[in-house]
Design a binder for this molecule. Structure first.
Ligand code: PLP
Length: 365
């Protein structure tokens, strides 16, 4: 970038890759095909298994249940597309869950409240009409608001209604402690590039004994659950990013986020979505009643600051967020909403710089 300052505050879209990961990736590219029976293959297999153990331990699951995929999109679609069960999904899910779910005519959608928390009452209403068997798909943390969802409660209810639970843990992974056994879910999906690992590698965990129909068939890799020569460098880089998880790091990120929120509220009457809810440490999604998100995104970008609107952006146009729509947010606030997401490399002075630039934009418009 040409700017005097380049500040990246869009970690929920993709994290800046960690230097430790770049270092191991350079070596990891030299690996051979893990399916080969010769010494080179055996060594590659050993490295994949070691990476699987490291990643599985970080969410407290048995490594055998963990399948490597090309990312969370593939992992989500594997569950949503390939199940014979009817679907119940929350209406704030990522598109990789929502779009395939909408293609099935009998999918039911769970509502959320004004803070973006999945409504247990709405789930009950759906389940009362029919006793499953369903797959209930609800995310652990919403990628736009950062709000942590009541997954354990959802899993308890689902199991009483003869249903299975899929949880997209992408935006909670590495940000809050996750114990899959405690959550009580049946499938979990996640991704390396949100935690400082490489893009194009993700994970799908399937509870032992639970039904699963592979999306990609044509080889025995991943115990017949995901065919295709493994992305070994991706897998090794993924494990390296997991080794970097630390409470100290997330503690620092939380302090920076709190400072950011405090300063923002001093400048303007901003509306921080899910403010009083349990949220991950790194995400601030806020609206105001004065300037549009387009003006903010462009002006911030010109100052060298990268943030995003929560929703997907195509051909320069920023649409309304389906998450804010689901939360019934007033349209003026919704059209001004931008998401700032911090990460492992975020520095105190970057928050100061963001605040000073955002203040200028707010006051001049
Ligand atoms: N699920 C959530 C909640 C996400 O935020 C993302 C990334 O944007 C995905 C799934 C897709 O992950 P990937 O980029 O690994 O396909």
């Amino acid at each position: 970038m040409e700017n005097t300052r380049s500040i990246y505050l869009d970690y929920n879209s993709t994290s800046m890759i960690r230097p430790q990961v770049i270092k191991v990736l350079i070596e990891a590219h030299k690996n051979f095909n893990a399916s080969s029976v010769h010494q080179f293959g055996v060594e590659a297999r050993r490295k994949i298994n070691l990476a699987r153990e490291i990643i599985a331990e970080s969410i407290n699951v048995d490594p055998d249940g963990l399948v490597f995929t090309s990312g969370a999109t593939e992992a989500n679609v594997s569950i949503i597309n390939n199940s014979n069960r009817r679907l119940v999904v929350s209406n704030i899910e990522h598109d990789s869950v929502l779009i395939p779910s909408r293609q099935k005519s009998d999918t039911k959608f769970i509502e959320v409240d004004q803070d973006g928390v999945i409504s247990i009452e709405s789930l009950y209403k759906i389940l009362k009409k029919n006793n499953g068997p369903y797959i209930i798909s609800t995310m652990l943390v919403n990628n736009e608001t950062g709000v942590i969802q009541p997954i354990k409660e959802i899993a308890d209810i689902a199991h009483k209604h003869n249903s299975l639970v899929h949880c997209d843990i992408v935006q909670g992974f590495g940000k809050i402690p996750i114990d899959i056994n405690e959550l009580g879910i049946d499938y979990a999906t996640f991704s390396a590039h949100k935690v400082g690992g490489p893009q194009g590698i993700g994970g799908l965990w399937i509870k032992p004994g639970v039904e699963f129909e592979p999306l990609i068939q044509g080889g025995s890799q991943e115990n017949f659950r995901r065919a295709g020569t493994e992305n070994i460098s991706g897998i090794i880089g993924f494990a390296e990013s997991v080794k970097c998880f630390s409470k100290k790091e997330t503690g620092n990120i939380l302090s920076l986020r709190k400072k950011l929120e405090k300063e923002l509220l001093k400048v303007a009457p901003v509306y921080i979505f899910g403010y009083n809810q349990n949220r991950v440490p790194n995400t601030v999604y806020f609206g105001n009643n004065k300037i549009t998100k387009e003006t903010q995104l462009v002006s911030l970008d010109l100052s060298g600051i990268a943030v995003s609107s929560g929703s997907a952006c195509s051909s320069g146009k920023v649409g309304n967020s389906h998450v804010l729509e689901a939360m019934n947010i007033e349209s003026k606030i919704m059209s001004s909403a931008i998401r700032v997401s911090l990460g492992w490399a975020t520095k105190d002075h970057e928050i100061d710089y963001f605040i000073s630039k955002w203040t200028d934009i707010y006051c001049k418009n």
